[in-house]
Design a protein around this ligand. Sequence first.
Ligand code: XBP
Ligand code: MG
Length: 253
Amino acid sequence: MPELKALIFDVDGTLADTERDGHRVAFNLAFADAGLDWNWTVDIYEDLLTVTGGKERMQYFLDKYKPVFDAPEDLKSFIADMHKAKTAHYTGLLSKGAIPLRPGVERILNEAREKGLRLAIATTTTPENVSALLEHTLGKESMDWFEVIAAGDIVPAKKPAPDIYDFALEKMNLNADECMAFEDSRNGILSSLGSNLKTIISINDYTRDHDFTGAAIVLDQYGEPGSPFNVIAGDAHGYEFLNIDMIKALHSA
Ligand code: XBP
Ligand code: MG
């Protein structure tokens, strides 16, 4: 196995638990602004999350839950405008500090940087959302920690397609076997495995029942010293919280 050179992170659900109290809330605020009585409950949102991408998710909602909606002639622009409003609400929520990073994320990023590992992001979400999250959790300069931030419509086919990971690998000029991916969902791991990346999964409330076949390990969280993870599937190699040595052990296993 070649040496581990880079870590590639998903954002939503992986770096931070953004969906239930972030994206979902922002969609609802945008719907209310537009005078629509659509309400994406926590339960309905679980189904909506099967489709990645906010614009694609709205289209799926209309098709499945609002078949009689009197859609405007230019539905694409209507959805794009509503999505812009949603992004403004979402970044506004982040600027108020509504969503913290998940336990262990900051520690792992710092250790990776100290040890000379390269960092990248591969996400379906809009680029502005990534900057807002990084800026309001790790500080503005943390944007520069990531050599590549592959996000949103930069590739036409979103996760579960592998395109976003392929894009990040190409930009970094690395082979998949020199990297480790970090994901939280079925669509995410389908994308990373599609790029032949070994993948560490940390689940969340929306993804705990997903199928993570092929994962290097499935954890309930990354853990911190004194606050261990629970292993859902796989071999933790004797570690109790995820650190770079454990990531290297999983990479070479
Ligand atoms: C993230 C997504 C995104 C966000 C919303 O998936 O599916 O659609 O929910 O972001 P993943 P936008 O974590 O697998 O990348 O509204 O900006 O699309
Ligand atoms: Mg995710």
